[in-house]
Ligand binder design. Structure first.
Ligand SMILES: [Zn+2]
Length: 264
């Protein structure tokens, strides 16, 4: 073994700070003269700092850490593999480095698992939030519906269907609270289309006023729709009508009214 080879074997130990004073002095003297070893030391230091960097940010439970260290120690005992241990580096230091690698793999795996868990929880929370918002909206609408239906100032409007095979709709209009439109066994509009409500003003020659809130029956054909803000007061309206329109809504009816109801 040449002297140069001996020095190359000391590079990792030196980078780990594991040389004794005498070895360190002679290695450093060599380093000053040998660019190759100096380069190797730089690289070894990078690896060491990388290991430190990879070390878990959040410490795993102490018991886990101890168990891993114990396993690494029992596998790398001096008795069974004394010659594998490089000169000048105590076996427990290598065991420590191995444990560090095990821990960083463990913590990377753990961090990924944790990230997935956090993502899953966030998705679940967002879903829960949307569900809750829908429920709240439905609750507010149901409350408003109840108020409109029970308020004595509300006016009932029947909307017979133009098509005799279609059910008739019923509306309750409260001058303060808004309008509630109801129907049963209402067929679903065609794809990408929805029902739209219109107010027909009393003023002669005036056009139907669009209500920008599209309506669909539910899966059971039940239609229940509350509109609080209307473009025209009840006193200025002579009739209400419902047409089928593109689901984005129309500014003026693009089809014949399917239901029309006059205000008496
Ligand atoms: Zn050298």
């Amino acid at each position: 073994m040449s002297q140069q080879d001996q020095f190359r074997e000391m590079v990792e130990s030196y980078a780990l700070g594991a040389l004794d004073a005498e070895e360190r002095a002679s290695f450093e003297a060599h380093l000053a003269a040998c660019a190759e070893c100096a380069q190797a030391v730089e690289e070894a230091r990078l690896v060491v700092s990388e290991l430190a960097h990879l070390a878990p940010v959040t410490q795993p439970a102490k018991r886990v850490k101890e168990r891993i260290l114990q396993e690494v120690r029992s596998e790398g005992t001096v008795k069974t593999q004394p010659r594998v241990v490089p000169s000048g580096v105590p076996w427990w230091l290598w065991a420590g480095v191995a444990a560090l690698i095990v821990l960083s793999v463990y913590s990377t795996w753990n961090a990924r698992k944790l990230q997935n868990e956090i993502r899953r929880l966030n998705e679940q929370a967002a879903l829960e939030h949307r569900r809750r918002e829908t429920l709240e909206k439905e609750f507010v609408a149901a409350q408003m519906q109840a108020r409109i239906l029970t308020d004595p100032r509300s006016k009932k409007i029947m909307l017979p269907a133009k098509d005799p095979n279609m059910p008739q709709l019923e509306a309750m209009w409260n001058p303060e609270l808004g309008i509630c439109l109801m129907g049963h066994e209402v067929p679903m509009p065609s794809e990408n289309r929805a029902f739209q409500l219109w107010l027909i003003p009393k003023a002669p020659g005036s056009k139907p006023m669009p209500v920008h809130a599209m309506m669909w029956p539910d899966a059971d054909g039940k239609l229940m729709h509350v509109v609080e803000k209307l473009p025209e007061p009840m006193s200025d309206t002579k009739a209400i009508a419902v047409t089928e329109e593109p689901e984005s809504g129309s500014l003026q009816p693009t089809s014949e009214p399917m239901w029309t109801g006059a205000l008496s």
